[in-house]
Structures are given as C-alpha cells and as structure tokens.
Design a protein around this ligand. Structure first.
Ligand code: UDP
Length: 483
C-alpha cells in the first residue's frame, strides 16, 4: 500500500457563483495542478465549461443550484442575473440563501471524494465547518487585495465611521501604514425600509459570519503579489495574525487560455487584435466595469458623452443587460462619430488579451480586484471608478498607496450602480490618464510599468508568489501527513 506521503495531494476548490470569483479560482486550481496537485473544482452545470476550459488536469464536480426553491427564476444561476435584473438587496439575499442550501450536497461530495484540503470562497462561510467535519483544513479565498482585507478589518473592528458627524466628513482608517481617508458614503449602509429591511439585516448578519469564518479557518489564499503591497501583506500576517499565502497575479499563469476566461468573448478575438494592431502603442484606453455593475441609462449617457469629448481612442465594454433598455443609453450617432477611433464591445470582452496589447495605454475600472490586478500585471495606469463591494478600498490602494491611478470622483457605495458621475469628470479623467505631457502622469506610467514587471517576476520560478505557493503546498502535505 502506498505511503500517504507518496499519495498525490488532492485539493478541492469551491468558487462562488459569479465570474469575478470563478475566474481567479479556476486560474488558481490550474496553478496548483501545474505543481503536481490533484485538483477538483466544484460548481454548478452552467459554469461547467468555464471550469473546464483550463484543461484535462482539473476535474469538475457538479451541484444543482436550487434557484426555484428560493423564489428565483430557474435561469438565475449566477449573481450576474441578480444585478442584471435590478433585484437589489432582496435579490442578493434570496440568492445568498440559495447558496447556503448548497451545503448539504456539497458535504456529500466531500464525503465521497475525501480531498486533503478545501479552498472555498469567503461567501460560503459555512465551508469552515464542512471542512472540519471531514478533518481537513479550509483555506478561504476572498478575491481581494491585502490592502482591502486590512482596511476592511480595521473599519469593522474600530468603527471610525461612527466618530464623524456626516456621511461626507472624512475619517482616517486606523492602524494602517498609510494615512488613508474614507467617508461613510464609501461604505455599505442600511438604507431601505419596509420589506427590504429584513433582507438587508440578513445580509449584514451574513457578512458578520463571513468575517468570523475568515478568522476561524486554516488560512487565506490571496490573489496578489508581495511587491505590490508589502506593508499590507505584512499587516495581515503580523498585526492581524492571519496565516496567508499570496499566489498572484493568477491571470498571468494561463498563457494558453487568455482569450477565453469565464465566458466566450462576444467579439471575434482576431478582429479585436487586428483593430488594436492598427493603433500606435499606448494610445487606446480600455473601459470596463466588470461583470456585475449595471449603471442607469443616465450614467451610461454621461460616460458616452465624456468618452466622445475626450478625443481618446477607446474600447468600451458594455454588459448585455444594458441593451434591455433599447439603445437609449447611447447618444444618437455616437458610433458613427467615433468610428475608427473607438469600439464598443457588447457583452464579454477577452479582457486580459486586450490589456496586454501594446496599443492599450490605460484602463478605466470599477476596481473589482481581478480587473485591478490584471491592469497592474499589464503595467497600466488607471482611472478608478468604484461602485460597491471592496472596490472603494481597492481604489485607495491604486490612487494613494501605489499611486498609479486617477480617481473619476465616484463617491457613493451602492448595490444598484451608484450615483451619477458627470461627463465632464469622465472627459477630464480620460484626458489626464492618456496625457503624455504632464510629468506627474508620466511618473504614474513609469510606476505602473515597473509594477507590471514585478508582477511577472513574482509568478516566475523563484519569484515571491511562486515560492509562496510552493510553501503552501508543502504545508498542506505536512498537514495531511500529520493526520
Ligand atoms: N472579464 C472579462 N471580460 C469582460 C468582463 C470581465 O474577461 O467583458 C473578466 C475580467 O478580466 C475579470 C473578471 O471578469 O477577471 C471580473 O472580475 P472583477 O473582480 O474585476 O469584477 P466583478 O465582475 O467581480 O465586479
């Protein structure tokens, strides 16, 4: 019989049902597989292809998502459905309740397969108990930066937002290396009354449980690299006492799949690259707000007017659901007037492929952590436009800590797409980030480029993320062998 030490380590990955969580988790599973680990991704049938495009060395286990049981339409299989249909807190909480019901069938899979470790998304807070039922370590994946983890923890613990007298009065987030100012408006708050109040309460309780499960589990795996945020990686480990391993940017690890991440692109990859090839280096700005943000028609129009007035060359990615409103969000004649200098991608863009193209000079991002880190990895400065989740924290990291971004001036956290940023602010941020005349901006470009190089080195053999992943795998092997 094989000694347990010789047996291949088997790690289970359980990503949350949203592309911003699924994509980096699948990348991570691929990274583990590349280091000789047997990996299994557990997901639901509609996400099967996203989980398997990465190759045969990863196996997939499927669970059915109980949408109907929780009052959701059967086609609601992903958080994107909730945001696309403007379901607000109520939809988010119904969706969350349905994910909690995945616990029982998920534990059946654990019982059958008996993996050695579970890497589960933070939005499955119950997974720590599931892992401990089977005597295995649970690693948590938050899908955010060390900075956001540290800042979020400081706000939750010290509640500095209670010491100011208005929603717009700034407060300093205590205990961080940098003096970072925030306002109450940039934090989630309970705002509704009536039937939604109950749902908000449920979500706030749920997030409390997420926080607890973070501190109770075996450790954290972070899609970041040490050189990007050393003070915060240290803070998370030493001040907050969390065991953690940084393994990113995971998007750099899948050279073969860069055109297909998460979903099939809605534009022909070659057509898109040909268009970019026709442009001078660093002259096109990429504008995208990820997979969940849905802006109002008014906000979309302001963006369009700002883009047009900026005279910049651009690729603007617009979510499919935006077209539910007809084309009212697009000023008449916009595409004719910007023809040749701009391109709208309706649906899903091959984002990392585009960001890596020499023609791209900057990106406009909602500061979802994946897009932010993909921008960093591509060596690009950015315009930051946070809307919700951890995005306001990531904005601070980009604009005030590593100083490679210009804020568009978005001020309010909102699960429904946020307040309105006017076209003049869009135009001015675009002109600034694409400018080659302002020394301060050139400095930002140089810093971004240097960080991009550091990101690449971090994942190469001997680099900080490469080594930390090796240390994590060793740790998991010794955990297994001790038990
Ligand atoms: N993405 C993509 N094409 C798109 C939109 C998004 O490939 O048209 C990818 C993007 O590269 C990133 C992820 O989807 O890896 C979005 O994650 P992020 O954390 O940036 O934002 P979220 O969608 O979670 O708000």
């Amino acid at each position: 019989m094989a000694n347990s030490t010789d047996r291949q380590l088997h790690v289970y990955f359980f990503p949350f049902l949203a592309h911003g969580h699924l994509i980096p988790t699948v990348d991570m599973a691929k990274l583990f597989a590349g280091r000789g680990v047997k990996t299994t991704i557990v997901t639901t049938p509609p996400h099967f292809s996203a989980a398997t495009t990465t190759g045969p060395d990863i196996q997939t286990r499927l669970l059915d998502f109980p949408a109907a049981e929780f009052g959701l339409p059967a086609e609601c299989q992903n958080l994107e459905f909730i945001s696309a249909h403007n379901k607000g807190w109520e939809g988010v909480s119904q969706f969350t309740r349905a994910t909690v019901a995945l616990r029982e069938p998920f534990e059946k899979l654990l019982e059958q397969d008996r993996p050695d470790c579970l890497v589960a998304d933070m939005l499955f807070p119950w997974a720590t108990e599931s892992a401990s039922r089977f005597g295995i370590p649970r690693l948590i994946f938050h899908g955010t930066s060390f900075f956001a983890l540290a800042a979020g923890e400081a706000v939750a613990t010290h509640e500095p937002q209670n010491g100011v007298s208005s929603d717009d009065e700034p407060f300093v987030i205590p205990g961080l290396t940098d003096e970072v100012r925030f306002t109450r408006r940039q934090l989630p708050s309970r705002q509704t009354t009536g039937s939604n109040e109950k749902e908000e309460d449920f979500m706030f309780e749920f997030f409390k449980r997420v926080g607890e499960s973070s501190s109770e589990c075996f450790g954290t795996v972070v899609n970041s690299f040490y050189e990007l945020e050393p003070a915060y990686a240290d803070h998370y480990r030493r001040v907050l006492g969390r065991r953690s391993w940084h393994v990113g940017p995971v998007s750099l690890c899948n050279a073969n799949d860069r055109a297909v991440r998460g979903k099939e692109a809605t534009i022909d990859r070659d057509e898109c690259l040909k268009w970019l090839d026709s442009k001078e280096p660093n002259t096109v700005v990429y504008i995208s707000f990820g997979s969940l943000v849905k802006f109002s028609v008014e906000q979309m129009r302001e963006i369009a007017i700002g883009i047009e007035a900026s005279d910049c060359q651009f690729i603007w990615v617009v979510r499919e659901c935006q077209q539910d409103d007809g084309n009212n969000w697009l000023p008449k004649g916009f595409e004719d007037r910007t023809s040749g200098r701009g391109m709208i991608i309706r649906g899903w863009a091959p984002q990392v492929l585009i960001l890596d193209h020499a023609a791209i000079g900057a990106l406009v991002t909602h500061c979802g952590w994946n897009s932010t880190l993909e921008g960093v990895a591509a060596g690009l400065p950015m315009v930051t436009w946070p809307v919700m989740a951890d995005q306001f924290y990531n904005e601070k990291l980009v604009t005030e800590v590593v100083k490679i971004g210009v804020s568009v001036g978005s001020r309010e956290w909102s699960v429904d797409g946020g307040g309105t940023v006017g076209h003049a602010a869009v135009e001015s941020a675009l002109r600034r980030v694409m400018s080659r005349e302002v020394e301060e901006v050139m400095e930002m470009h140089r810093r971004a480029k240097a960080l991009g190089e550091m990101a690449r080195k971090a994942v190469e053999e001997g680099g900080s993320s490469y080594s930390d992943l090796g240390a994590l795998i060793e740790e998991l092997r010794s955990q297994r062998d001790e038990h």
